[in-house]
Design a protein around this ligand. Structure first.
Ligand code: 6GU
Length: 249
């Protein structure tokens, strides 16, 4: 998968050299390219923003550098598809959730355009929509100073679902929010060695070797964690996915 990121803060993306994503880049599974928007300015001050028409506080990003940046980045060789999908991180976007991450992980080419200030001139978005699919996505109901940290979040959520990126092919299967039997349940408590730590024992069932009992215990734990932290998620579970034991938890 190829991912291009256009930003005025290229240094913000240094974490993409690390860990899971860093290794996937080295192995060639991910081709991530970070571009400085100011490359496509032509004035001495490399200006990317201006005051908003209609007045009001803050600054708006100018359309010209963004238009040129997208033209050049999308005109580059590197994938077997003609056009990428453009992702615009914005607090006014559609909420980004695990189904988005799954769908985007199957795309061959994504471009993230990181706006700052009060956003990018809307004509840039309208112009891009004529040539490629565009999604405005928000990572939650709070306001960040710019799209960079949101892009890091989305790139990580997407990249770990690209086949081969996770070491253990199964480890995405049991995630909270992953599709499957525990869909819509949060993962419950987990334990490792030692069996007793500061007087606290690991729940004996996990040491029993009884896989059926362990599965049942994990599901009960997931139900309890969900009821405590995200009770509204329990209402979304279809009746036929709940069994008698679930109702008792
Ligand atoms: Cl994607 N961008 C910004 N600036 N703020 C946000 C966001 C994105 N998602 C939530 N808040």
């Amino acid at each position: 998968m190829r991912i291009d990121i256009i930003t005025i803060f290229a240094d913000y993306f240094a974490p993409l050299d690390l860990s899971l994503i860093g290794r996937a880049r080295e192995s060639g599974l991910l081709d991530i390219r970070v571009h400085d928007l100011r490359t496509w300015t032509h004035d001495r001050h490399r200006t990317v923003d201006d005051t908003p028409y209609g007045g009001g506080p803050g600054m708006v990003m100018k359309p010209e550098p963004w238009g040129e940046a997208l033209d050049e980045v999308t005109g580059q060789e590197g994938t077997d598809v003609a056009v990428p999908r453009l992702v615009l991180p914005t607090p006014s976007g559609v909420p980004f959730t695990q189904p988005h991450a799954e769908r985007l992980s199957g795309e061959p080419w994504l471009v993230f355009a990181c706006g700052r200030y009060e956003g990018i001139d809307s004509r840039f978005v309208a112009d891009a929509r004529e040539r490629m699919p565009v999604e405005e996505l928000s990572i939650g109901d709070y306001v960040l100073a710019g799209g960079e940290s949101a892009t890091l979040v989305m790139v990580e959520a997407v990249a770990r679902l690209v086949p081969g990126v996770l070491g253990n092919a199964d480890s995405a299967v049991q995630d909270s929010f992953a599709p499957g039997a525990m869909e819509n349940l949060l993962e419950g408590a987990v334990y490792t060695k030692p069996p007793v730590w500061r007087g606290r024992e690991v729940p004996p069932i996990l040491l029993s070797g009884n896989h059926g009992a362990v599965d049942r215990w994990r599901r009960d734990e997931a139900l309890r964690t969900t009821a405590r932290n995200r009770p509204e998620l329990l209402d979304e579970i279809p009746e036929h996915e709940l069994d008698r034991r679930d109702q008792e938890v």
